[in-house]
Ligand binder design. Structure first.
Ligand code: KG4
Ligand code: ZN
Length: 336
């Protein structure tokens, strides 16, 4: 049987990324062009700026991904593209590009859910990982606790009721005067700060709920900063970062463990930008060891947005027979 080559395109936010994969799990190239520097001066992603930059970069990045994989358009068996969730203008650039290529070259097209892509990063990292398992998806836009029953079959156990985990990191970082994106900055500072310095709230909601809530914690940090500023008390930024991060990751870790136990899953995987967090990785590693569970986490480049993970998800849909047609459109609030 011949190898299946997938070309994947990801433009849901501020990374323009194109990847080439062999048989879904082998990455031949994964070109990621980050627009972070462009958005930094605004303190966050400006949707219109992101769309325009995607258009400017797209053709060169496709060529780069083909060159690095040492293939041409004729070698491609299917094209996978993120069609949601994300910024509508940004998504449209990827979707329009993928449709044009699919139509022009007569290549089958597969639309991919971005959150599903994040989960699939684990299949690339661990070649023999198979469902079922529990996966915590934590990114700038999403916080989902998911039971992966089979390839492409998901049961959502819980999600955030307000801010996403990454959003909380970014907002607290901004209040602390750190750069954008804030997650990696807080992660760095947390290493030198005291995680027990400030007792920020751990929000578990109802005992048996797998939902999350981070907006109360965010407010608690803002109040702490305001109160101390007013009273002229010196604020140790690294202690705030460490204490805030600890409050987030403890809840993420404990709910994941609870979910794995209830589902009888021996494996917990993590995915999404916040899965790059060193504190979260260390805590879950320790807790999984204590609980006799296996812990899986993708390398950092596969945690944050990239097209390789989209290609992996597209591959599993493709071999199941899923095909998108030329009516494929961006769906900004697409659900898993
Ligand atoms: O998955 P991603 O690249 O984009 C979305 O789909 O949202 O995630 C970006 C988010 C941002 O909020 C960023 O601050 C956070 O992931 N992030 C981190 C770390 N690296 C990225 N959060 C905590 N610690 C990190 N090391
Ligand atoms: Zn993402």
């Amino acid at each position: 049987k011949k190898d299946i080559i997938t070309l994947a395109i990801e433009t849901s936010c501020d990374e323009t990324s194109v990847a080439v994969l062999k048989n879904g799990r082998e990455v031949l190239s994964n070109v990621i062009s980050s627009q972070t520097d462009l958005h930094k001066k605004f303190g966050g992603v400006v949707p219109e700026v992101a769309s325009r930059k995607h258009i400017e970069s797209m053709n060169a990045i496709i060529q780069d991904a083909l060159d690095k994989a040492n293939i041409t358009f004729d070698d491609i068996d299917n094209i996978g593209v993120t069609y949601g969730p994300g910024l509508v203008g940004a998504l449209l650039v990827g979707v329009a590009t993928a449709k044009a290529l699919a139509f022009g070259k007569g290549i089958p097209l597969v639309g991919v859910n971005h959150i599903e892509g994040h989960i699939c990063a684990n299949f690339i990292e661990y070649k023999d990982l198979k469902p079922p398992f529990v996966c915590l998806v934590v990114s700038g836009g999403h916080t989902h606790l998911v039971y992966i029953k089979d390839y492409g079959e998901y049961e959502i156990l819980g999600k955030t009721r307000d801010d996403a985990a990454g959003e909380a990191f970014d907002k607290v970082a901004r209040a602390l005067g750190l750069g954008y994106p804030g997650g990696p900055e807080i992660d760095k500072l947390a290493k030198i700060g005291d995680k027990d310095a400030i007792d920020f709230p751990r929000v578990y909601l109802d005992n048996d709920s797998y939902d999350f809530s981070f907006s109360g914690l965010k407010s608690a940090v803002l109040n702490y900063l305001n109160n101390n500023k007013q009273r002229g008390v010196e604020i140790k930024v690294e202690d705030v970062a460490a204490s805030f991060q600890q409050a987030v990751i403890e809840v993420l870790a404990e709910k994941s463990i609870m979910a794995a136990k209830e589902k009888g899953s021996k494996i917990i995987a993590i995915a999404g930008g916040v899965a790059a967090n060193e504190g979260l990785r260390a805590l879950l590693k320790k807790r999984c060891e204590e609980e006799g569970l296996e812990f899986k986490y993708p390398s950092k480049i596969l945690c944050t947005d990239n097209a390789a993970m989209i290609g992996c998800a597209a591959y599993y849909d493709f071999i199941k027979g899923y095909r998108a047609d030329m009516t494929l459109n961006a769906v900004p609030n697409l659900k898993l």
